[in-house]
Design a protein around this ligand. Structure first.
Ligand code: SAM
Length: 562
């Protein structure tokens, strides 16, 4: 064992010894079958006996997390769950399981300090010695497994779980076999595939895509734990997992959502309304059951209270499950333009969408970097670079606000077409036509019109080019509207960098329906041309036949105040 690991093991052995003795028995801390000698320094610390007696089993896990450095926690996705939250999720999961939990087999795929197995133990009825036999789990960190074994031993009054129940193993490797579980519950590591320090290596990527074809390369590792959990369920079994809320809306996770819907659909969701984890990320707990699909009950808070029931959205996006807790108003009874032959009263598949009316595109990294040599300062620029930061609703801030591009601040970023990289020159030229540009990571949809075709979008700005150039202002109006922001917030909730922002993507914008009332839409376009955001929003509400002051107020509260 490395010196640092040995020190940590000795500290955990001391916490275990004290937690055991506070309850009147001796508990050893063992790693790989070896009993660890407790650290005398930690043994000597003064600790409140009441605290040790009551919370002893949980303290071992707390100590395991506290001993890791911030970077170790980040790299390993180690962010333990608060015991009260774990208890709530276990309660919601056992309620859904419905059957008597006396003999239920419970598996935690990433035990950490064992908080979910302790929560499950508290939900099971029977003798503690029998209950610990029903609990299984693994972790890739031997000290996590040792801490969990010690925690359950203290909990049970000195009865160790069988050695085979708790293993040092990678749960995503198919060889990690546990008995078929009535409940798989836990908080797997969140390992974003967009950050260098947590990306999967080539072998892991191949293993995952071999096991679950279609699971995208950029899916957070936490999502793969849901798939493995579902594969390990007994008939009628329940799975419950903490997840980053981006998994609900991320397009790369659509295949994961489709698999879950087919195998063990979501029936309950708990939404974190208070950032309870020591990581700058919004979380949910998703709870599903093997069998057929049904309504989804939504919960928030600790203790969890029910905030509504909705039907499970299609796999394309489960973000609508998040929207009510995040305060996004529900848009009812939209009057939308139907396609020729559409069935009245049935919007959705029958509605005309922005994708029928315009070409919606987004640039990628190549488009961002390909402009590097071509961007310079020029107050009289003929071709201007537009970043998200320069877009306010109906107002282009080029020249009046500075922006950042390629790690520099620019006041008048101009694009010299002859210096644009060869491989994107055609792409840039094709953008020089009448269009609307849409910012990303903003609280409402924020769009500006470019009727002269002189603006070049800087990734991740989205471009909307009407088939008829005369429709530029109609599109600017459609995007400057409470209804369309609320619709997007329903499908994109949780995919932005912060809970208050929308991640605007081309694939989401194309699905926005067109309004039924063409006259009101024309009036909205006229208001958009004058830059009057409020009048545009009002006329667009009329165009969609929606009279909902609360929705309008919500939208106004999110518009930029500057
Ligand atoms: C977010 S922590 C949660 C721990 C615990 N379930 C809790 O909620 O307090 C994730 C745990 O997953 C473990 N882990 C990371 N990758 C794993 C893998 N492939 N298989 C099993 N465990 C893993 C980490 O060591 C860490 O203990």
């Amino acid at each position: 064992m490395e010196a640092a690991t040995a020190d940590h093991a000795a500290a955990l052995a001391a916490v275990t010894a004290r937690a055991g003795s506070a309850r009147g028995f001796v508990v050893d801390f063992t790693v790989d079958g070896n009993t660890i000698v407790p650290s005398p320094q930690v043994l000597g610390l003064e600790v409140d006996v009441g605290l040790l007696t009551e919370h002893g089993p949980w303290l071992i896990g707390f100590a395991r997390e506290a001993l890791l450095s911030a970077s170790e926690r980040r790299r390993g996705g180690v962010h333990h769950t608060d015991p009260t939250l774990a208890a709530e999720i276990a309660r919601l999961a056992f309620e859904l399981l419905g059957r008597s939990p006396t003999e239920a087999v419970v598996v935690d795929p990433a035990v950490g300090g064992g908080v979910f197995l302790l929560a499950a133990a508290d939900c099971l009825s029977g003798q503690p010695a029998d209950i610990v036999r029903q609990l299984y789990g693994c972790d890739i960190d031997p000290l996590a497994v040792a801490a969990t074994r010690a925690a359950l031993t203290v909990w049970s009054g000195g009865v160790e779980p069988p050695a085979v129940n708790l293993r040092v193993a990678d749960y995503l490797v198919p060889a990690t076999l546990f008995p078929r579980a009535d409940l798989v519950i836990g908080n797997p590591p969140f390992l974003s595939q967009l950050k260098g320090s947590t990306t999967r290596d080539a072998d892991d990527r191949r293993n995952l895509s071999d096991r679950w074809p279609g699971v995208g390369r950029y899916v957070d590792t936490a999502a793969a734990f849901m798939l493995a959990a579902v594969d390990g369920l007994a008939p009628g079994g329940v799975w419950a997992m903490i997840q980053p809320d981006s998994v609900l809306g991320a397009s790369d996770a659509e295949a994961v959502r489709a698999r879950l819907t087919a195998a063990a659909p979501v029936r309950r969701i708990w939404v974190d309304d208070a950032r309870r984890f020591d990581a700058a990320i919004d979380t949910v707990a998703i709870i599903g059951r093997q069998g057929s699909s049904g309504d989804v009950a939504m919960f928030a808070g600790v203790p969890a209270s029910e905030v509504g029931v909705v039907s499970l959205p299609p796999p394309k996006s489960w973000a609508p499950l998040l929207a009510p807790v995040r305060g996004v108003p529900v848009v009812n009874d939209l009057a939308v333009a139907g396609k020729p032959g559409a069935v009245a009263g049935k919007p959705g598949a029958f509605a005309c969408t922005l994708g029928d009316f315009a070409l919606v595109t987004a640039g990628f990294r190549d488009q961002f970097y390909g402009l590097r040599e071509a961007v310079g300062e020029d107050p009289d620029a003929e071709v201007k670079l537009i970043t998200s930061g320069l877009i306010d609703p109906l107002t282009n801030r080029w020249g009046t606000r500075s922006c950042r591009y390629d790690k520099r601040v620019w006041n008048h970023p101009a694009v010299a077409l002859d210096l644009v990289a060869d491989d994107i020159r055609d792409w840039v030229r094709a953008r020089l036509r009448p269009k609307v540009l849409v910012a990303s990571q903003t609280p409402t949809i924020e769009a500006i019109a470019d009727p002269a075709g002189e603006l070049v979008p800087c990734t991740p700005v989205v471009t909307v080019e009407p088939h008829d150039p005369g429709d530029v202002w109609r599109i600017a109006a459609l995007l400057t509207c409470p209804v369309t922001t609320a619709l997007l917030a329903h499908t994109a909730s949780g995919t932005a960098l912060s809970a208050d922002a929308l991640r605007v993507s081309a694939s989401r914008l194309v699905d926005l329906p067109l309004p039924a009332n063409a006259d009101a839409w024309t009036r909205a376009a006229a208001s958009a041309r004058t830059g009057d955001v409020a009048a545009t929003g009002d006329a667009m509400q009329e165009a969609y036949g929606v009279d909902d002051p609360a929705l309008v107020e919500w939208w106004h509260s999110r518009l930029p105040s500057r």
